[in-house]
Ligand binder design. Structure first.
Ligand code: GLN
Length: 497
């Protein structure tokens, strides 16, 4: 039998539904692949072998009884370790939650289970999703399957690496400033940040609540759409969840087409700091869009140059409030509880031992930015910039249907290169952050390998809020045109796979 781990999610679902393979065979093939490669890749923090096989058996029994199966029934998925999973450890990449077993499922997880998707386990991430390389995980870094000495992106590097290394056809990520799209770009996969409020945040460990958004990671645009439609939609447990149906992303992904589409190339996202090979592949892809019938114009969004600064005040401010709940009294780690310390001391000792450097840096920064006397100068100003960014998008979407840019300024950098330089690390999200601040929808699709290092480059596509389907229509058209040009999916060029 052909290697089941090489199939797309759509193909896998079809083969299970037709009885060609069983869900148990599919789950076993992926668990074997994890056994074979994850010691090197380190995409997973926890593999739920028994849970996965039990769910797979359930799917096979359902099919045997003649019950109708959903569009992803029996397909394996890896879930970022930021979602609560009932009975399965959830660490959010931090020592402070080591050993915590949540008593409930996040809405995204519940929806996966209801759709009979097979959850393989939990993936590695930067602690509390703060980072762009997965090096901030308290459990060690993840390698980029294209070159294990390089970063797989972050904060969701475990999810992108699992998909890239064929350990899972699908994964769930979260994107607060780029943590789905940036990992997708540097691993040559597809990653989508849905419209803010399009996917429930219930049961996601909160980092920056006004920015956090769950979304799909996959190897194809259609697979991402199938997953998006399973996890998306209104949830009354999340007060910011949008009360509208999920845009029809699956139909859009099946009908890739850009004829007559107006595409705006963001003028501000090039120049100093951008790798030449990244810009070259992006420019070629823009040219391809033109050849496919799109109308391409340059668009200026001047406030985008201030997005990074605004983000690094807003996100730390919100995190300083959200992380106050890790006080050693409720969940996870507790240090110094030996009768000799006061409750305050236990909290302080636990936080000292349980939080890593980047988390501490952000809590301090955020607490400072929110303190009275500084609030207007920092947080207040950042909120004003946020409004300006939203207006830039509104103006741009008055002229064009989608915006495009590089997803990241560079390809995957070596592990360790930026570890001691937070500013260099933050720059990896230069192009992705505006969409989080404005709350609109964005995707990264592969657009080739940079000539200087042979590593993947991503094109970012941005659409207005609740026009997520546009991303898929454009993404699918590009995917088909690129693959016709390359003769195969980009991942087939990865040397270590
Ligand atoms: N890299 C950004 C940060 O460190 C974004 C993280 C994310 O999207 N979760 O905050």
């Amino acid at each position: 039998m052909a290697d089941l781990t090489r199939l797309t999610a759509a193909e896998t679902a079809e083969r299970i539904a037709s009885g060609d393979v069983t869900a148990v065979e599919v789950a076993e093939a992926h668990l074997a692949r994890i056994d074979a490669v994850d010691e090197k890749v380190h995409a997973f923090l926890y593999v739920d072998r028994e849970g996965a096989l039990a769910k797979a058996r359930e799917v096979d029994e359902k099919r045997a009884r003649g019950e109708r199966l959903g569009p992803l029934a029996g397909v394996p998925v890896a879930v970022k370790d930021l979602f609560t999973t009932e009975g399965v450890p959830t660490t959010v990449g931090s020592k402070i939650l080591e050993g915590w077993i949540p008593p409930y499922d996040a809405t995204v997880v519940r929806r996966l289970k209801e759709a009979d998707v097979v959850i393989l386990g939990k993936t590695n991430m930067d602690e509390f999703a703060m980072g762009s390389s997965t090096e901030n995980s308290a459990y060690g870094p993840t390698g980029n399957p294209w070159d294990l000495t390089r970063i797989p992106g972050g904060s969701g590097g475990g999810s992108s690496a699992a998909v890239t290394a064929y350990e899972a056809p699908l994964a769930i990520g979260t994107d607060t400033g780029g943590s789905i799209r940036q990992p997708a770009a540097v691993t040559g996969t597809v990653g989508v940040k849905p419209t803010y409020g399009g996917v429930s945040r219930y049961g996601m460990v909160a980092f920056s609540s006004s920015l956090d958004q769950a979304g799909p990671c996959a190897r194809t645009v259609l697979d991402a759409a199938l997953l998006h439609s399973v996890i998306g939609g209104h949830d009354e447990l999340d007060s910011t969840s949008i009360e509208q149906p999920v845009p029809d992303v699956v139909t859009a992904a099946r009908n890739g087409d850009v004829a007559g589409l107006r595409v705006g190339v963001v003028k501000e996202f090039r120049g100093e700091g951008y790798q030449a090979g990244v810009l070259q592949r992006v420019d070629e892809t823009v040219e391809l869009l033109r050849e496919l019938g799109a109308e391409v114009v340059e668009v200026s969004c001047p406030s985008f140059t201030k997005a990074l600064a605004a983000y690094y005040l807003i996100a730390p401010s919100e995190c300083s409030s959200n992380l106050a709940r890790f006080d050693a009294m409720r969940y996870g780690l507790r240090v110094g509880d030996d009768g000799t310390h006061s409750a305050e001391e236990v909290t302080a000792l636990t936080r000292e031992a349980g939080f890593g450097d980047e988390v501490k840096r952000r809590v301090m920064l955020g607490t400072y930015a929110l303190s009275s006397g500084y609030y207007d100068a920092y947080y207040g100003s950042a909120q004003k910039v946020r409004t300006l960014i939203t207006r830039d998008f509104e103006r741009a979407f008055g002229e064009v249907d989608v915006l495009v840019s590089p997803t990241t300024p560079t390809t995957a950098f070596p592990i360790g290169e930026r570890a001691d330089d937070p500013m260099a690390m933050y720059l990896a999200d230069l192009c992705t952050i505006p969409s989080n601040l404005a709350g609109n929808a964005a995707m990264s699709v592969p657009c080739g390998l940079a000539p200087e290092d042979g590593l993947p480059v991503g094109l970012q596509i941005v659409a207005p809020a609740m026009a997520d389907d546009r991303l898929y229509r454009v993404g699918a058209a590009l995917e088909a045109a690129h693959q016709a040009r390359w003769g195969h999916p980009l991942l087939e060029e990865a040397p270590s796979l």
